[in-house]
Design a protein around this ligand. Structure first.
Ligand SMILES: Cc1cc2nc3c(=O)[nH]c(=O)nc-3n(C[C@H](O)[C@H](O)[C@H](O)COP(=O)(O)O)c2cc1C
Length: 319
């Protein structure tokens, strides 16, 4: 059976979401947190705070596993961010070389880093150094790194130019989303290039992209027996029961469970944020990928609610 990893999605798979999903649906082997980035020369506080939920640092959770992710355009940024994450006690870090958002790509981060062979080499050298010597804040566990990447920003040649460097770096795994940065999240997945990468990559490989059903998971398992795991994002946001169903953990009363999960998110958001608009902006995103499961009229009311009272009335109509 393949491992299922929950992909990071900024604004969706927040700490609050991860905790609620693990409690109500589960079936996920690890949750990847959205990337931590540099803002005004320092690790962004808001991202660091998100690695704590309901006052509990996610590294200390025993009920589910969270792996933080960092995004950087040079080895200096990489070191600053990795150190901030290690300070929080984490022992595994994922490095983003796939984000296609112009804000990041134009700053040579995410998919924008893939053409910069020199910077990637320097970062991989740092990973080699840290994997051998760095430990987490408690000084106990050695640090593991993984990479999440695309085939390239403009051409799949970019990933294949980097592969010898990546193969020579001690990585726990590579996650590949077989699209180009310029495609963002649309357009065809390039399975030919994926298969070439699958054959040439020396690390455990994780596939990511457009998985939305148990039958697709089983098909990937059959077709690519060397895969270490699948990473699923939008498919899990739309079907939070997907991983549990694949693992035959079962899920009766889908809507009931959605409402239970929502209740946890709602209560945590009310504790963490202040004022209707801050709370609403956090919890309204919960419904976005669930739209096909919800009556249109109620979905509209939920999305349009400007006050917490209107929002709660709309959610009540679902039960
Ligand atoms: C709104 C949005 C935010 C995302 N944020 C991140 C992120 O912080 N880090 C990351 O590695 N990928 C991010 N992704 C990409 C997803 O992790 C995933 O690779 C992508 O959605 C494709 O997988 P899927 O088809 O299973 O959703 C984001 C995608 C979207 C649509």
């Amino acid at each position: 059976m393949l491992k299922v990893l929950f992909a990071p999605l900024q604004g969706y798979t927040t700490g609050i979401y991860r905790r609620a999903h693990a409690e109500i649906f589960g079936g996920v082997d690890a949750y990847y947190a959205p990337f931590l980035r540099i803002e005004n020369g320092l690790p962004r506080e808001k991202d660091l705070r998100d690695l704590e939920c309901a006052g509990v640092a996610e590294r200390n959770r025993t009920d589910y596993k969270v792996i933080p992710q960092i995004i950087a355009n040079c080895v200096q940024e990489f070191k600053t961010l990795a150190e901030a994450v290690l300070q929080k006690g984490f022992t595994e870090i994922d490095f983003n070389m796939g984000c296609p958002f112009p804000m990041q790509v134009n700053r040579h981060r995410g998919a924008g880093l893939l053409i910069n062979v020199q910077a990637v080499q320097e970062i991989m050298d740092e990973i080699k150094r840290m994997s051998g010597s760095a430990t987490n804040a408690n000084g106990t566990a050695p640090v593991k790194f993984s990479v999440k990447m695309r085939l390239g920003q403009n051409s799949p040649d970019e990933a294949f130019a980097l592969l010898p460097i990546l193969n020579d770096t001690p990585l726990a795994h590579i996650t590949i989303h077989p699209r180009l940065g310029k495609q963002q999240y649309k357009g065809a997945i390039d399975f030919n290039s994926f298969e070439k990468f699958y054959n040439e990559c020396k690390h455990p490989l994780v596939y990511n992209g457009d998985i939305t059903s148990v039958s697709q998971i089983c098909e990937m398992e059959r077709k690519y027996p060397k895969l270490a795991a699948l990473m699923i994002g939008r498919g899990l946001l739309a079907h939070p029961n997907l991983a549990a169903e694949y693992k035959a953990l079962g899920c009766k009363d889908f809507l009931g469970k959605i409402l239970q999960m929502h209740q946890i998110i709602f209560e945590d958001a009310c504790k963490k944020f202040q004022g209707d608009s801050q709370i609403l902006s956090h919890i309204q995103s919960f419904w976005e990928y669930l739209e096909p499961n919800i009556p249109k009229k109620i979905f509209k009311k939920i999305k349009k609610a400007g006050k917490l009272s209107e929002y709660s009335e709309a959610v009540k109509e679902l039960s």
